[in-house]
Design a binder for this molecule. Structure first.
Ligand code: BEZ
Length: 253
Protein backbone atom coordinates (compact mmCIF):
# COMPACT_ATOMS: atom_id res chain seq x y z
CA UNK A 1 0.00 0.00 0.00
CA UNK A 2 1.39 3.44 -0.84
CA UNK A 3 2.30 5.71 2.05
CA UNK A 4 -0.88 7.80 2.56
CA UNK A 5 -1.70 10.02 5.49
CA UNK A 6 -5.43 9.67 6.07
CA UNK A 7 -6.81 12.87 7.53
CA UNK A 8 -10.03 11.51 9.04
CA UNK A 9 -11.47 14.98 9.63
CA UNK A 10 -10.96 16.10 6.03
CA UNK A 11 -12.23 12.73 4.85
CA UNK A 12 -15.37 13.07 6.92
CA UNK A 13 -16.10 16.65 5.83
CA UNK A 14 -14.97 16.55 2.21
CA UNK A 15 -15.18 12.94 1.09
CA UNK A 16 -18.24 11.65 2.90
CA UNK A 17 -19.56 10.60 -0.54
CA UNK A 18 -17.39 7.47 -0.19
CA UNK A 19 -19.77 6.12 2.47
CA UNK A 20 -22.85 7.66 0.86
CA UNK A 21 -22.26 5.86 -2.44
CA UNK A 22 -21.21 2.73 -0.56
CA UNK A 23 -24.74 2.36 0.78
CA UNK A 24 -25.70 1.01 -2.65
CA UNK A 25 -23.36 -1.96 -2.46
CA UNK A 26 -24.89 -2.93 0.89
CA UNK A 27 -27.84 -4.24 -1.10
CA UNK A 28 -25.57 -6.92 -2.54
CA UNK A 29 -24.37 -7.79 0.95
CA UNK A 30 -27.95 -8.15 2.23
CA UNK A 31 -26.83 -8.49 5.87
CA UNK A 32 -29.08 -10.57 8.11
CA UNK A 33 -29.76 -10.41 11.83
CA UNK A 34 -27.42 -12.70 13.74
CA UNK A 35 -24.69 -12.76 11.09
CA UNK A 36 -21.09 -11.87 11.90
CA UNK A 37 -19.66 -9.57 9.25
CA UNK A 38 -16.17 -8.17 8.74
CA UNK A 39 -15.81 -4.72 7.12
CA UNK A 40 -12.35 -4.48 5.52
CA UNK A 41 -11.20 -0.87 5.15
CA UNK A 42 -14.01 0.42 7.36
CA UNK A 43 -12.77 4.03 7.27
CA UNK A 44 -14.98 6.26 9.38
CA UNK A 45 -17.27 3.32 10.27
CA UNK A 46 -20.43 4.67 8.60
CA UNK A 47 -21.10 1.55 6.56
CA UNK A 48 -20.27 -0.78 9.45
CA UNK A 49 -22.97 1.09 11.39
CA UNK A 50 -25.46 0.50 8.58
CA UNK A 51 -24.64 -3.23 8.62
CA UNK A 52 -25.16 -3.25 12.37
CA UNK A 53 -28.60 -1.63 11.86
CA UNK A 54 -29.60 -4.77 9.93
CA UNK A 55 -29.04 -6.74 13.15
CA UNK A 56 -25.64 -8.22 12.27
CA UNK A 57 -22.58 -8.12 14.53
CA UNK A 58 -19.85 -6.17 12.76
CA UNK A 59 -16.08 -6.01 13.16
CA UNK A 60 -14.30 -3.25 11.27
CA UNK A 61 -10.63 -3.10 10.34
CA UNK A 62 -8.64 -0.31 8.73
CA UNK A 63 -4.94 0.32 8.15
CA UNK A 64 -5.23 3.91 9.38
CA UNK A 65 -5.05 4.48 13.15
CA UNK A 66 -6.64 7.91 12.64
CA UNK A 67 -9.68 6.41 10.89
CA UNK A 68 -10.06 3.66 13.50
CA UNK A 69 -9.96 6.23 16.29
CA UNK A 70 -12.69 8.31 14.62
CA UNK A 71 -14.84 5.22 13.91
CA UNK A 72 -14.55 4.12 17.57
CA UNK A 73 -15.61 7.59 18.74
CA UNK A 74 -18.59 7.76 16.37
CA UNK A 75 -19.80 4.16 16.85
CA UNK A 76 -18.72 2.93 20.29
CA UNK A 77 -20.80 -0.27 20.13
CA UNK A 78 -18.86 -1.61 17.14
CA UNK A 79 -15.48 -3.28 17.44
CA UNK A 80 -12.89 -1.50 15.29
CA UNK A 81 -9.24 -2.48 15.01
CA UNK A 82 -6.22 -1.24 13.14
CA UNK A 83 -5.11 -4.04 10.82
CA UNK A 84 -3.39 -4.51 7.49
CA UNK A 85 -6.02 -5.87 5.05
CA UNK A 86 -3.37 -7.97 3.29
CA UNK A 87 -2.43 -9.77 6.52
CA UNK A 88 -5.76 -10.71 8.12
CA UNK A 89 -5.42 -13.40 10.77
CA UNK A 90 -9.01 -14.60 11.32
CA UNK A 91 -10.06 -18.21 11.04
CA UNK A 92 -13.56 -19.04 9.71
CA UNK A 93 -15.24 -16.47 11.96
CA UNK A 94 -17.41 -14.56 9.51
CA UNK A 95 -20.56 -15.19 7.49
CA UNK A 96 -19.59 -12.39 5.13
CA UNK A 97 -16.75 -10.01 4.38
CA UNK A 98 -17.67 -6.56 3.07
CA UNK A 99 -15.47 -3.86 1.63
CA UNK A 100 -16.03 -0.48 -0.01
CA UNK A 101 -13.45 1.71 -1.78
CA UNK A 102 -10.48 -0.14 -0.31
CA UNK A 103 -9.20 -2.93 -2.57
CA UNK A 104 -7.70 -0.52 -5.12
CA UNK A 105 -5.21 0.63 -2.46
CA UNK A 106 -3.86 -2.86 -1.85
CA UNK A 107 -0.82 -4.09 -3.73
CA UNK A 108 -0.79 -7.61 -2.34
CA UNK A 109 -4.11 -8.83 -3.75
CA UNK A 110 -3.26 -12.50 -3.26
CA UNK A 111 -2.51 -11.88 0.42
CA UNK A 112 -5.74 -9.91 0.74
CA UNK A 113 -7.90 -12.63 -0.83
CA UNK A 114 -6.10 -15.41 1.06
CA UNK A 115 -6.84 -13.68 4.38
CA UNK A 116 -10.47 -13.01 3.46
CA UNK A 117 -10.98 -16.60 2.32
CA UNK A 118 -9.59 -17.86 5.62
CA UNK A 119 -11.77 -15.40 7.58
CA UNK A 120 -14.97 -16.76 6.05
CA UNK A 121 -17.03 -19.73 7.14
CA UNK A 122 -17.70 -22.35 4.48
CA UNK A 123 -20.32 -20.92 2.08
CA UNK A 124 -19.57 -17.38 3.29
CA UNK A 125 -19.68 -14.46 0.87
CA UNK A 126 -17.35 -11.65 -0.12
CA UNK A 127 -19.09 -8.48 -1.31
CA UNK A 128 -16.84 -5.61 -2.34
CA UNK A 129 -16.76 -2.51 -4.50
CA UNK A 130 -13.69 -0.59 -5.57
CA UNK A 131 -12.15 1.18 -8.55
CA UNK A 132 -12.28 -0.88 -11.75
CA UNK A 133 -10.43 -0.68 -15.05
CA UNK A 134 -10.50 2.91 -16.34
CA UNK A 135 -11.25 4.43 -12.92
CA UNK A 136 -10.24 8.14 -12.64
CA UNK A 137 -8.44 7.82 -15.98
CA UNK A 138 -8.85 11.54 -16.70
CA UNK A 139 -7.27 12.52 -13.38
CA UNK A 140 -4.33 10.15 -13.89
CA UNK A 141 -3.86 11.42 -17.47
CA UNK A 142 -4.04 15.05 -16.33
CA UNK A 143 -1.37 14.49 -13.66
CA UNK A 144 0.84 12.74 -16.23
CA UNK A 145 0.38 15.51 -18.80
CA UNK A 146 1.03 18.23 -16.22
CA UNK A 147 4.16 16.44 -14.98
CA UNK A 148 5.44 16.10 -18.55
CA UNK A 149 4.80 19.78 -19.36
CA UNK A 150 6.77 20.77 -16.26
CA UNK A 151 9.62 18.33 -17.02
CA UNK A 152 8.86 16.30 -13.88
CA UNK A 153 7.48 13.12 -15.43
CA UNK A 154 10.34 10.91 -14.20
CA UNK A 155 9.68 11.86 -10.56
CA UNK A 156 5.88 11.67 -10.50
CA UNK A 157 4.24 8.30 -9.75
CA UNK A 158 1.02 8.83 -11.63
CA UNK A 159 -0.78 5.51 -11.28
CA UNK A 160 -0.15 3.55 -8.09
CA UNK A 161 -3.65 2.14 -7.63
CA UNK A 162 -4.99 -1.25 -8.67
CA UNK A 163 -7.97 -0.93 -11.04
CA UNK A 164 -8.60 -4.39 -12.53
CA UNK A 165 -10.90 -5.55 -15.30
CA UNK A 166 -13.66 -8.09 -14.67
CA UNK A 167 -11.64 -10.94 -16.18
CA UNK A 168 -8.50 -10.05 -14.22
CA UNK A 169 -10.35 -9.99 -10.91
CA UNK A 170 -12.39 -13.13 -11.63
CA UNK A 171 -9.09 -14.95 -12.26
CA UNK A 172 -7.67 -13.71 -8.95
CA UNK A 173 -10.82 -14.69 -7.04
CA UNK A 174 -10.90 -18.15 -8.55
CA UNK A 175 -7.19 -18.72 -7.93
CA UNK A 176 -7.93 -17.94 -4.27
CA UNK A 177 -10.69 -20.56 -4.03
CA UNK A 178 -13.74 -18.34 -4.53
CA UNK A 179 -16.59 -18.88 -6.93
CA UNK A 180 -17.56 -15.61 -8.62
CA UNK A 181 -21.31 -15.13 -8.37
CA UNK A 182 -21.73 -11.63 -9.79
CA UNK A 183 -19.52 -8.84 -11.10
CA UNK A 184 -20.34 -5.42 -12.51
CA UNK A 185 -18.05 -2.80 -14.01
CA UNK A 186 -19.84 0.54 -14.34
CA UNK A 187 -19.28 4.28 -14.62
CA UNK A 188 -20.20 6.24 -11.55
CA UNK A 189 -19.40 9.93 -12.11
CA UNK A 190 -18.79 11.29 -8.62
CA UNK A 191 -19.45 14.88 -7.60
CA UNK A 192 -16.80 16.49 -5.44
CA UNK A 193 -17.66 19.06 -2.81
CA UNK A 194 -16.91 22.75 -3.46
CA UNK A 195 -15.04 24.83 -6.03
CA UNK A 196 -11.76 23.47 -4.69
CA UNK A 197 -13.11 19.89 -4.74
CA UNK A 198 -10.57 18.58 -7.25
CA UNK A 199 -7.65 20.18 -5.41
CA UNK A 200 -8.79 18.62 -2.14
CA UNK A 201 -9.32 15.27 -3.84
CA UNK A 202 -5.78 15.29 -5.27
CA UNK A 203 -4.33 16.46 -1.94
CA UNK A 204 -6.07 13.69 -0.03
CA UNK A 205 -5.96 10.75 -2.43
CA UNK A 206 -3.09 11.34 -4.85
CA UNK A 207 -0.44 12.59 -2.43
CA UNK A 208 1.68 9.48 -3.08
CA UNK A 209 2.15 10.66 -6.70
CA UNK A 210 4.30 13.51 -5.40
CA UNK A 211 6.51 11.81 -2.81
CA UNK A 212 9.60 12.53 -4.92
CA UNK A 213 8.78 16.23 -5.38
CA UNK A 214 9.24 19.23 -3.12
CA UNK A 215 6.15 21.19 -2.04
CA UNK A 216 6.49 23.83 -4.75
CA UNK A 217 6.78 21.22 -7.52
CA UNK A 218 3.82 19.22 -6.17
CA UNK A 219 1.69 22.39 -6.07
CA UNK A 220 2.69 23.25 -9.65
CA UNK A 221 1.75 19.79 -10.98
CA UNK A 222 -1.53 19.81 -9.05
CA UNK A 223 -2.50 23.30 -10.31
CA UNK A 224 -1.70 22.44 -13.93
CA UNK A 225 -3.59 19.11 -13.71
CA UNK A 226 -6.62 21.02 -12.39
CA UNK A 227 -6.38 23.49 -15.29
CA UNK A 228 -6.31 20.57 -17.75
CA UNK A 229 -9.34 18.92 -16.13
CA UNK A 230 -11.42 22.07 -15.65
CA UNK A 231 -13.03 22.50 -19.12
CA UNK A 232 -14.50 18.99 -19.00
CA UNK A 233 -15.00 18.21 -15.31
CA UNK A 234 -15.99 21.55 -13.75
CA UNK A 235 -19.53 22.54 -14.70
CA UNK A 236 -21.91 24.98 -12.99
CA UNK A 237 -19.55 25.40 -10.05
CA UNK A 238 -19.30 21.65 -9.49
CA UNK A 239 -16.44 19.20 -10.00
CA UNK A 240 -17.05 15.64 -11.13
CA UNK A 241 -14.51 12.80 -10.96
CA UNK A 242 -14.71 9.99 -13.53
CA UNK A 243 -15.10 7.07 -11.13
CA UNK A 244 -15.64 3.53 -12.47
CA UNK A 245 -16.57 0.84 -10.02
CA UNK A 246 -15.98 -2.89 -9.98
CA UNK A 247 -18.59 -4.55 -7.78
CA UNK A 248 -18.18 -8.21 -6.89
CA UNK A 249 -19.93 -10.98 -5.05
CA UNK A 250 -18.00 -14.23 -4.56
CA UNK A 251 -18.63 -17.31 -2.47
CA UNK A 252 -16.22 -19.47 -0.45
CA UNK A 253 -16.79 -22.98 -1.79
C1 BEZ B 1 -11.91 5.34 -5.69
O1 BEZ B 1 -12.71 5.22 -4.76
O2 BEZ B 1 -12.14 4.87 -6.80
C2 BEZ B 1 -10.63 6.04 -5.47
C3 BEZ B 1 -10.51 6.91 -4.42
C4 BEZ B 1 -9.32 7.54 -4.23
C5 BEZ B 1 -8.26 7.32 -5.07
C6 BEZ B 1 -8.39 6.45 -6.11
C7 BEZ B 1 -9.58 5.81 -6.31
Amino acid sequence: MPEIHWDSQLYNEQHRFVSNYGADVLQWLDAKAGEHILDVGCGTGDLAAKIQEAGATVSGVDASADMVELAKREYPTIQFEQKDAAALDYNREFDAVFSNATFHWIENQRGLLRGIYKSLKHGGRLVAEFGGKGNIKSIIDAIETAAKQLGLEHRVISNFWFFPSISHYATLLEASGFETEQMWLFDRPTQLVGEDGMQKWINQFAQHAFVNLNEEEATAVTSLAIEILKPTYFKDGQWTADYRRLRIKAIKK
